[in-house]
Design a protein around this ligand. Structure first.
Ligand code: SF4
Ligand code: ZN
Length: 303
């Protein structure tokens, strides 16, 4: 027999058992729980202010699509806010064109303007071309840098006052663990610190596990596609992701405690304090941690 919803007085059947909290939720209370977490996380990270122009990084995948839907729902009566979406087309044959199409569909349905920028136009080459060079690093390494560049640059150009991304709890915990494994304390600290010079970022789904984002998208009837990027399995992140999922299966609550543990630890990390002054990239003139920014380094390498 399906268990009932754990909410007091609710007589509905549960559609999910949150092992980490011990609770069962029916569809209604599950949606409510996810949205509560999102609101709480947004308040915790950075308040949305009057007149904010919010750029949402929309890939067309389930996370960013669900996020855009949620934001429109949560802030439906805030006429002072403006939302628009930014998508990066990396040039990944057989994959990105599908998700971009989905992004267009989602943006259309939610009546949000979508701006699409391609690697090819912005940098002069596609990710497929980078991958074909046989560099030592996995394509994701290049992809991440260039996508971030597009998002930072375009959000600023388009006048955004906040940037919102669809990183879920799994993504965040993977990043934390990757930095632990690499012993990269500086980057670990930067995960939470503000980045001056850049439009401030919020990750509203940070406390929602990936599986729950997927279930939310399903419950809300958000169009999602299930194709995966052909390069994903080549990355270090993929190994960490697999390991974490195995752990979570055997020891429910692992991801949650890793996130909470990191939060407590981050108060002691050096870069939780104001970030040090950034330099200007000598090539593109944008804020950078080094003389030449990572994106311009890649462009140079490709040429
Ligand atoms: Fe880019 Fe890697 Fe994501 Fe594919 S999986 S879109 S290569 S970051
Ligand atoms: Zn640069």
């Amino acid at each position: 027999m399906t268990p009932g919803c754990s909410k007091r007085k609710c007589k509905n059947h549960a559609i999910i058992h949150q092992k980490y909290s011990g609770l069962h939720f029916c569809e209604y209370h599950f949606v409510e729980d996810v949205e509560r977490k999102v609101k709480k996380e947004m308040r915790k990270q950075l308040m949305v202010e009057r007149g904010d122009k919010i750029a949402v990084a929309l890939s067309g995948g389930k996370d960013s699509s669900a996020l855009l839907y949620m934001l429109k729902k949560i802030f439906h009566n805030r006429n002072d806010l403006e939302f628009f979406a930014i998508a990066a087309d990396e040039g990944i044959n057989g994959f990105r064109s599908l998700t971009i199409k989905n992004a267009e569909k989602v943006a259309n349905e939610l009546e949000v303007k979508l701006f699409i920028f391609s690697f090819e136009k912005e940098f002069g080459f596609t990710l497929d071309e980078i991958a074909s060079k046989g560099f030592e690093q996995a394509p994701c390494t290049f992809c991440g840098v260039l996508r971030r560049k597009i998002l930072d640059r375009k959000a600023k150009e388009l006048g955004a006052t906040k940037v919102v991304t669809g990183h879920n709890m799994d993504d965040e915990v993977q990043t934390i663990l990757i930095n632990y494994i690499r012993g990269d304390i500086e980057r670990l600290g930067r995960l939470r610190g503000r980045r001056e010079e850049f439009v401030p970022r919020i990750k509203p789904l940070r406390a929602v596990p990936e599986k729950e984002v997927a279930l939310y998208a399903l419950a809300a009837g958000i169009p999602i596609i299930t194709t995966h990027c052909p390069y994903a399995s080549l990355s270090f992140r993929f190994t960490v992701k697999k390991m974490l999922n195995e752990f979570e299966m055997k020891h429910p609550g692992t991801k949650y405690s890793l996130l909470r543990g990191y939060e407590r630890l981050s108060e002691f990390l050096p870069t939780a304090q104001p970030t040090k002054k950034l330099l200007r990239c000598e090539t593109c003139g944008e804020a950078s941690a080094s003389r030449i920014c990572k994106a311009c380094e890649i462009v140079e390498r490709m040429n």
